[in-house]
Structure formats: structure tokens, C-alpha cells
Ligand binder design. Structure first.
Ligand code: NDP
Length: 327
């Protein structure tokens, strides 16, 4: 028997989450069984702990869209017992039971070996949010960063914190947008050179183009803020669109694309092929300073997760929550 956070739906359709003991036989089919060490709290986990929002297909469910741990048993020739592995994406924690559990059984195709230079806790301090931030920075690099400052929206959140630290480490001037002024010192500690108040970019304008300000952008917010930012990008600059914490709509015009050659790059961490995942994890290990990563971490245990799931949906989590599933 081992512990897992089980989310269930009762007869009136309401969900509830509690730590329970389950048997190995209860886990879904898969060719690799992993003794999970750490998982994390991402925005999607908040959705899956709560009402599901269409992400969870069947109850009971174990959320946790990422985990790191040690292979316990494997029918996949690429992995043997004792190997350290990391998982992000592939709808684990949504359509398949995830990392809020002391054991997980998954397809070997969804794993990558733990990147050298990271332990399992550090890998999960990065987690899906940090891995996605790396993909977003790599996409900006592929299309060319047009000088500084590079804007990061939702900066005090998981994706934003890691993007800020990576961009600053790579030598870019980083402007961090936050709705929480009290996180200013934290963001400067991660390397931001400028703090932009959320309200400044939430104000709508009828002008499709404004002064050219940003040489690139990692956007975790979407909605009106993204629409406003598009009109402030430098000629030929790119926005990596990662998330929708501020809304799924995009009340923009085509003018920034037509008259300024702005690129809007969609970032999807879920279905990344193996080689891309490996490349991004290797970049994380070299381009994210570990002291900065440590400054982002808030530790948690399985029983904290119902509350943390509510907090992240309200934009109240700072940095990265690392869940020690064995504590
Ligand atoms: P967090 O909740 O940690 O961060 C989101 C941040 O956005 C908040 O901390 C807050 O930052 C800001 N924010 C929240 N609500 C609003 C609002 N109404 N208006 C403006 N800003 C807001 O989430 P994550 O960083 O984990 O994820 C961010 C987004 O990226 C989510 O939408 C998530 O689903 C998505 N995502 C997408 C992935 C992909 O593969 N494309 C992978 C991972 C995440 P502050 O307080 O600093 O303003």
C-alpha cells in the first residue's frame, strides 16, 4: 500500500480530494513503474484537483502533471530499475493518473532520463512550468531576440519566475510584469531589471500600435494583456505565448503582424517529442542558476495540495511549489 491524493466526484457532481492508501494493482497500465519522489503544483493541477474543467476524464483520479523519481520496474529496454527519470506532459495527471502519488505507472515514451546536473528535487523545482519557460526562451532565440528589454508576464508565477531567471542569466535585460507589487524584490533577485505593474498593461487602448518597447516576450497571461503587448513589440520581435492565466480571449488586431512583422509563437509543452524534451532539459541544467531556482521553491506535502490547487487558480502562488510525496 502507498499514499496518493485521490480526487473523487460525489453524486451532486462536486469534487473532493484526500490522501488515501491504494494498492499497486490500482495503477493504470504502463510499461514503467516509478517510485515517485517529487511532483509540483501547476495551473492545470489546480484545475484537476478542483472541478476538472474537462481535463479529467474519469474519477477517481490522481492529479500531478509532472514528477521525478526512480524506476522500480520496467518492461521498456530504455529504462532499468534504479534509473532516475523525469516526466512532464503527455496528459499525465489529466487523462492518466499522475504524480501526486508515491508510485506511478506510465509509458516509457513519456519519460526522459534525469538530466545530468540536476537531482530529482531540482528537476521538479523546474517542473512543467520551468520546462515550458525554457521552451519559450528557446523559441524566442530561434526567431531572434531584438535587444532588450525582454518582457515576462505573470512573472511571479511558475512559468514567469523561471523565464525571468533564465533570460537574466543569458544576459538579457528583463522587464517583469506582476500584479503583486510585494514580489518586486523577489523578481529583482531572480534578475529582473525592471518591474512593470500589471495595471499598466491591463489598460485597454484603441491604438493597435504603440511605441516599440520590447525585444521579446514570454507571456503566461494571454487575454487583454497579450493584445496590448503585441502593439508594443519592436520590429520583427517575437512573443512566446505560453498561458492564459488572464483569459483565453485575444482582443487584438492583425496590425502588429502586418506593420511590425511581430511573431506570435505558440508554446506547447505537452506533446513535445523526446529529442526536444531532452534538449530543453539539458538547457535548463546549464542556463538556470540553481541558487535562483532555490529562491523560487516553496515546499509542500500531499495533504497541502487541495488548498494549493485553489491558491494557484487565484494567482496566489509565488514561484514553484515542490511536493515531497514521501514526507
Ligand atoms: P501560476 O499561477 O504560477 O502563474 C500565473 C501568473 O499569472 C500569476 O502568478 C500572476 O502573476 C499572473 N496572473 C494570474 N491571474 C492573472 C490575471 N487575471 N491577469 C493578469 N495576470 C494574472 O501559473 P503557471 O506559471 O504554472 O502557468 C501560467 C500559465 O501558463 C497558465 O495558464 C498555464 O496553464 C500555462 N501553462 C502552459 C503550458 C504550455 O505547455 N503551454 C505549460 C505550463 C503552464 P503575477 O502575480 O506576477 O501578476
Amino acid at each position: 500500500m502507498f499514499n496518493a491524493l485521490i480526487v473523487n466526484k460525489n453524486e451532486d457532481g462536486k469534487t473532493g480530494a484526500a490522501v488515501e492508501q491504494i494498492e499497486l494493482d490500482a495503477l493504470p497500465a504502463g510499461d514503467v513503474t516509478v517510485a515517485v519522489e517529487y511532483s509540483t503544483v501547476n495551473y492545470k493541477d489546480g484545475l484537476c484537483i478542483g472541478p476538472g474543467g474537462g481535463l479529467v476524464r474519469n474519477y477517481p483520479h490522481i492529479p500531478g502533471i509532472d514528477f521525478a523519481g526512480t524506476v522500480e520496474a520496467s518492461e521498456d529496454a530504455r529504462y532499468k530499475a534504479g534509473d532516475k527519470v523525469v516526466l512532464t506532459g503527455w496528459r499525465v495527471g489529466e487523462a492518466h493518473w499522475g504524480g501526486y502519488s508515491q508510485k506511478a505507472r506510465v509509458s516509457g515514451d513519456w519519460l526522459v532520463p534525469l538530466p545530468s546536473g540536476l537531482d530529482t528535487r531540482q528537476a521538479m523545482a523546474v517542473g512543467t512550468a520551468g520546462f515550458t519557460a525554457m521552451l519559450a526562451v528557446m523559441a524566442l532565440e530561434d526567431h531572434g531576440i531584438k535587444g532588450g528589454p525582454v518582457l515576462v508576464t505573470g512573472a511571479a508565477g511558475g512559468v514567469g519566475s523561471v523565464a525571468t531567471a533564465i533570460l537574466a542569466h543569458l544576459g538579457h535585460e528583463v522587464a517583469a510584469v506582476t500584479g503583486r507589487p510585494e514580489t518586486g524584490d523577489y523578481l529583482k533577485g531572480l534578475g529582473a531589471t525592471q518591474i512593470v505593474a500589471r495595471e499598466e498593461l491591463n489598460e485597454t487602448t484603441k491604438r493597435p500600435l504603440e511605441a516599440e518597447v520590447w525585444g521579446g516576450c514570454v507571456d503566461a497571461v494571454g487575454g487583454e494583456m497579450l493584445a496590448r503587448v503585441l502593439g508594443q513589440m519592436k520590429y520583427g520581435a517575437s512573443v512566446s505565448a505560453v498561458g492564459l492565466a488572464g483569459g483565453a480571449g485575444l482582443p487584438a488586431t492583425v496590425i502588429p503582424f502586418l506593420l511590425r512583422g511581430v511573431n506570435l509563437l505558440g508554446i506547447d509543452s505537452v506533446m513535445q517529442p523526446y529529442d526536444n524534451r531532452l534538449r530543453a532539459w539539458e538547457r535548463v541544467a546549464t542556463d538556470l542558476p540553481m541558487d535562483k531556482l532555490e529562491a523560487m521553491v516553496q515546499p509542500a506535502v500531499l495533504s497541502d495540495l487541495p488548498q494549493l490547487g485553489r491558491d494557484i487558480l487565484k494567482g496566489q502562488v509565488k514561484g514553484r511549489v515542490v511536493v515531497d510525496v514521501n514526507a
